[in-house]
Design a protein around this ligand. Structure first.
Ligand code: FAD
Ligand code: NAG
Ligand code: NAG
Ligand code: NAG
Ligand code: NAG
Length: 341
């Protein structure tokens, strides 16, 4: 059979990681990534990229844990290779702290991250407003380096990249056999999925090479995430807010919340402000669908709706989407075989 032609819509974290996974594991196909935004202009570029799971209420916990473990193991291998610095992957140790003791002292992911334990009384002295804390080591993906690295790997595998906006999936019918939809918040318009909504996040990127431990308030709102080149200070979670303008009042508020946890940040000089719209949904959608239009059929694999936790699960969902693409290719082969008879 001729090579299956696959279009992946989206050049954020999910589109690129899915395209790389497909091109790594399916030999008889060509992969083209199509998007209207590329690094450094995607939501994925705004993110801190910490591997700390976000909870998807509509996805079973065992599934979320499996995706997290697969992603953690995949990135650990990169981190433990000569590629680590180019890919922007590194280990980070730090603290998650709580003002009131949480019901679940051991989150489902506690045995996936490294060295998870409760903080000692001496460690808690740094945070007099907080009653309880957890110490652990996890991984962090710095963007844009990670996206640039994924795009390079895709091209090494023979994949292609096209800059264009897709108004309707049927535009791709004539040129592709299978369309993989990794359009993030773009899905709301593109597929008309009204279950997906934006959760606006504003962050500061600052130069503070002395800050090496991460600190996250358990409410998920205030965090200090050191990366290789700068530190991400957050944040906000504004449901259904589409505003991509930077809000100066919010920046001041974020800065003072972070300085309350880490007073040494008061002296930072370089501050960049960024805003992104998290593609929120109660469950990540990784699903196969056959669209029908008259006598035409289009095979689609969806992979979107990663909300505030795309980095934490991206390799797990990329593998799942790749499995669905394989099933589509098998179905195509059957149809073509029958047509020949
Ligand atoms: C402030 C902030 C902090 C975050 N921190 C973390 C963190 O620490 N850890 C973590 O795990 N997650 C974090 N996240 C979440 C993470 O950023 C997202 O889950 C992830 O980036 C989603 O990736 P994506 O590829 O689905 O979306 P995007 O990066 O938005 O990519 C979507 C792509 O689809 C393309 N597209 C859309 N519609 C069309 C169309 N019609 N035609 C052509 N192309 C189209 C776009 O151009 C783009 O290339 C954070 C998010 C924010 C906003
Ligand atoms: C990112 O956006 C800026 C401003 O709109 C634009 O000038 C630049 O070309 C974009 N970069 C890419 C890689 O698309
Ligand atoms: C991708 O999926 C979303 C959600 O179902 C949909 O709105 C959008 O039209 C799809 N994109 C394409 C190009 O089909
Ligand atoms: C943050 O790091 C990026 C490189 O990844 C750099 O382009 C940017 O200028 C840095 N910002 C600050 C405030 O240091
Ligand atoms: C978007 O945010 C900016 C900055 O806070 C504000 O000035 C502007 O009015 C907002 N726009 C809308 C449409 O709410």
């Amino acid at each position: 059979m001729a090579k299956a032609k696959i279009a992946v819509i989206g050049a954020g974290l999910i589109g690129l990681s899915t395209a790389v996974c497909i091109s790594d594991s399916i030999s008889d196909c060509s992969v083209t990534v199509i998007a209207d935004r590329f690094t450094p202009n995607t939501t994925s570029d705004v993110a801190a990229g910490m591997l700390i799971p976000h909870i998807y209420p509509g996805t079973p916990v065992h599934q979320q844990k499996q995706w997290f473990r697969e992603t953690f193991d995949y990135l650990s291998a990169i981190c433990n290779s000569p590629e680590a610095s180019e890919a922007g992957i590194h280990l980070r140790s730090g603290w998650q702290i709580f003002k009131t003791v949480p019901d679940e002292k051991m989150p489902f992911w506690s045995d996936v991250v490294l060295g998870f334990r409760s903080m000692t009384e001496r460690e808690m002295k740094k945070f007099p407003q907080h009653k309880f804390g957890q110490a652990f080591t996890t991984l962090k993906c710095d963007c844009p380096q990670y996206l640039i690295w994924l795009e390079k790997r895709l091209k090494e595998n023979g994949g292609q990249v096209q800059a264009r906006k897709i108004e309707d999936l049927w535009e791709l019918h004539a040129s592709y056999d299978i369309v993989v939809n990794c359009s993030g918040i773009g899905s709301r318009k593109l597929i008309g999925d009204l279950e997906i909504y934006p959760t606006r996040g504003q962050v500061l990127k600052v130069h503070a090479p002395w800050a090496t431990h991460f600190i996250r308030d358990g409410d998920g709102l205030t965090y200090i995430y050191p990366g290789i080149h700068n530190v991400t200070l957050g944040g906000t979670r504004q449901k259904n807010d589409w505003n991509l303008s930077l809000d100066p009042g919010t920046s001041k508020d974020i800065f003072s919340r972070c300085c309350a946890l880490e007073p040494s940040l008061q002296t930072v000089q370089d501050v960049q402000v960024k805003v992104g719209l998290r593609p929120s949904r109660s469950a990540v959608r990784v699903q196969k669908e056959t669209l029908v239009h008259g006598n035409k059929k289009l095979l689609v694999v969806h992979n979107y709706g990663h909300g505030g936790g795309g980095f934490s699960v991206h390799q797990g969902t990329a593998k799942e989407a790749t499995r669905l693409v394989k099933e589509c290719i098998e179905a195509l082969q059957k149809i073509r075989y029958k047509a020949k008879l």
